[in-house]
Design a protein around this ligand. Structure first.
Ligand code: NAD
Length: 279
């Protein structure tokens, strides 16, 4: 049976380790979290992020805008938080309502306050192997691998999903840690054959139980990024965890695996932004 990788514990330790760094700052780190509309999942995620920021003693602003907010209005909000000296990190909760151009909004965030790591300047730095702000979810996965004592160098990692938020930066981080990386996506053929050669699998697809237990190689590390809500209200990942646990050496649960790490890394990125900005 696979060893369970406890994301809640690693996230808690990661946040605890930030406390002396926060205490050493001339003022509390500041974060602004922007949410537009009434997407229920976004409301839950933003609530968790601001709660964690509050517990760590951050200065925090939760900006909740009406679903009808226009592009120009949202851009003005971003400009205002860009100009606010007490704000070090800005997060725009995705997805935005369809009438808004998310890319233009994310591009408008000042790169030095882009604690989500989605701005093209930060994505470009990562792609050149000199990361500054790295998207929180893949950054959290790296920390989970590190804490589990799993070595990455020379291993074959298969990342399933190529979004700018998870899959693509994940592949870059694993490559930077000297893994040999295969980035699989919706047009990939013979995924089970690829997984049969994988030492590390990261699933970020957004389809419940997409990765079957029998695809998982004996002893491999399986990181499940997916968060999918089933009709009965329960949350499941992209991996058929029960079946995969029989083959995997290590596995992350959903919930309680990658999710808490995303929030912890957002806090860490904000502390780093505050360190840069107050130095
Ligand atoms: P996305 O929809 O942007 O990307 C999904 C990717 O899956 C695409 O690149 C697509 O090519 C790939 N894909 C789709 N069908 C496939 C197939 N049959 N075979 C191989 N690849 C296929 O999603 P995302 O934003 O990257 O999120 C992925 C999942 O991770 C979602 O469930 C999301 O909720 C979850 N997520 C979790 C966290 C967290 O904190 N744990 C953070 C972000 C996203």
């Amino acid at each position: 049976m696979a060893v369970n990788i406890n994301g809640r514990l690693v996230a808690k330790d990661t946040c605890q380790a930030l406390r002396p760094r926060i205490a050493a700052l001339p003022r509390p780190p500041g974060i602004a979290v922007v949410r537009v509309g009434e997407d229920p999942a976004s409301k839950v995620y933003v609530g968790r992020k601001t709660q964690r920021a509050e517990r760590l003693g951050f200065h925090h602003k939760e900006i909740h805008l009406d679903v009808e907010t226009s592009q120009v209005e949202l851009e003005a909000v971003i400009d205002a938080v860009n100009a606010d000296d007490l704000i070090d990190g800005i997060l725009v909760q995705l997805p935005l309502p369809d009438h808004l151009d998310s890319t233009a909004i994310l591009d408008r965030i000042a790169p030095e306050k882009d604690v989500d790591g989605f701005h093209p300047v930060n994505a470009g730095l990562l792609s050149q192997g000199r990361p500054r702000f790295v998207p929180c979810t893949p950054c959290g996965v790296m920390k989970l691998l590190e804490r589990s004592g799993v070595s990455i160098e020379g291993k074959h990692a298969v990342v399933i999903g190529r979004s700018n938020i998870v899959g693509r930066p994940m592949a870059m981080l694993l490559e930077k840690a000297n893994a040999t990386v295969t980035l699989a996506h919706s047009r990939t053929r013979n995924l089970p054959d690829l997984l049969a050669q994988a030492d590390i699998v990261v699933a970020a697809v957004g389809r419940p139980h997409f990765v079957k237990g029998e695809w998982v190689r004996k002893g491999s590390v399986v990181i499940d990024v997916g968060i999918n809500r089933l009709d009965d209200g329960s949350l499941v990942g992209d991996v058929d965890t029960d079946a995969a646990s029989k083959n995997a050496g290590w596995i992350t649960p959903v919930p309680g695996g990658v999710g808490p790490m995303t929030i912890a890394m957002l806090m860490e990125n904000t502390v780093r932004a505050a360190e840069f900005r107050t130095a």
